[in-house]
Design a protein around this ligand. Sequence first.
Ligand code: DX5
Ligand code: ZN
Length: 221
Amino acid sequence: MNCLSPSILAADFAKLGEQIQMLDRAGAQYLHIDVMDGVFVPDISFGMPVVKSIRRCTERIFDVHLMVTNPDHYIDAFYDCGADLITVHAEAVQHLDATIDKIHEKGIIAGVALSPATPIERIEWVLPKTDMVLIMTVNPGYGGQKLIPYTLDKVRAVRELIQKKGLKTDIEVDGGITLENVREVLAAGANIIVSGSSVFDGDIQENAEAFLRILSEDERG
Ligand code: DX5
Ligand code: ZN
């Protein structure tokens, strides 16, 4: 199924609750929550207290993207704050297989992210136990960047690998996705679309609805 996961990194944090409700009204299925530690990526975004507060505003799937070193240390804490899905970066983890198990022990969805330069072979052997692969379509760290074109070849390659292995793994894409390029991104094989600035700049509900229309058109073929 195609789903939209708007990234609250682009929200106005003074109006976060209200803006999340606009996404709810539009029918976005997920909420993408970018956690940055200032080490794995240069910026610091927000952490547990924010996630805990917004858990009271919405029932949407909390899609927590950990851009942190040693994400293992934070799995329990984000689970306690209401994460439904935790994604760790393959580049930030020592023993990816064990980290996926740790997320599954909480009874939630496990995602593995690959930054643009990371080869897809990094996830080949753990693919059967991974619920979602996040292909970064920009370098992690900032919202509002331009999609790097070769990352769509990676999406195609991961989709092929998933099919070859007979799996049903979701592919999420994150970074630089707009109403103009989302069709191409879906055609490459992605089914969970993250979008920050293209949803939050302007009328949030209308933008999310416009994305969702394209996502369901694509599903109908
Ligand atoms: C980038 C983050 C993204 C970002 C996407 O490191 O992981 O989720 O918020 O924002 P846009 O859609 O503006 O590129
Ligand atoms: Zn993200």
